[in-house]
Design a protein around this ligand. Sequence first.
Ligand SMILES: Nc1ncnc2c1ncn2[C@@H]1O[C@H](COP(=O)(O)OP(=O)(O)OP(=O)(O)O)[C@@H](O)[C@H]1O
Length: 217
Amino acid sequence: MEELIRMEKVCVTAGDRSILSGFDMSLCRGEKVLIKGRSGIGKTTLFRLLMGFRKPSSGAIYFDGRPLDAGLAWDIRKRIAHISQDSDIGEGRVKEMLDEVFSYNENKGKLDPDRLRLLMSELSLREDVLDKRFENLSGGEKQRIAIIISLLTRKDIFLLDEITSDLDAGLKKKVVDMFVSDPSRTVLVISHDSEWEREGVRVIDLERMQEGVNDCS
Ligand SMILES: Nc1ncnc2c1ncn2[C@@H]1O[C@H](COP(=O)(O)OP(=O)(O)OP(=O)(O)O)[C@@H](O)[C@H]1O
């Protein structure tokens, strides 16, 4: 498989604290990876690095063999669908939120009503959800709307941070299947749900990887 992302000896410090110290990772196009580790170990920091929102204090990050700099980060972000732990992604009626998201240049023309209806039905969302105000939805409904938006935008890299935490077992499985089954999507996921491991995704355990490593200059 072709390598998409490489991280080499990446170090991140915050004040006098080291968050990542000499972190290496190689990810192929289409791969699905679960990032594990206790709270505060640096999982979200890893996502921020990949989106170019945070710079390593030393080490390097490559996409398709090109070093991640400010210019490349701009391009890469157009390819990334990021769902954060914070499910409050907007307010107002859901259908108006969708219209807004798909009015942005990079998403124009991607709101396929048939696909929207299909995804909603697969994730057991009734169509009247579209008329409700997003801020009044349940945590699980908000997560499903965020997932559907990310799938409709047709990006190829997905950074998913605890996107299934408020879903019941049946829905967790459906969501994991959706992301795992498509070979064209490269998926990195932070999750405490065992469903991802059950589906056989590769696991990167930050705690284990960081044990005893201190490779920062
Ligand atoms: N800008 C910053 N300044 C200071 N400390 C920071 C900064 N960003 C992150 N940290 C610290 O770095 C550590 C890693 O944070 P991060 O959010 O990556 O952890 P996490 O593994 O995602 O945690 P959780 O599972 O709780 O979300 C934490 O101790 C956090 O307080």
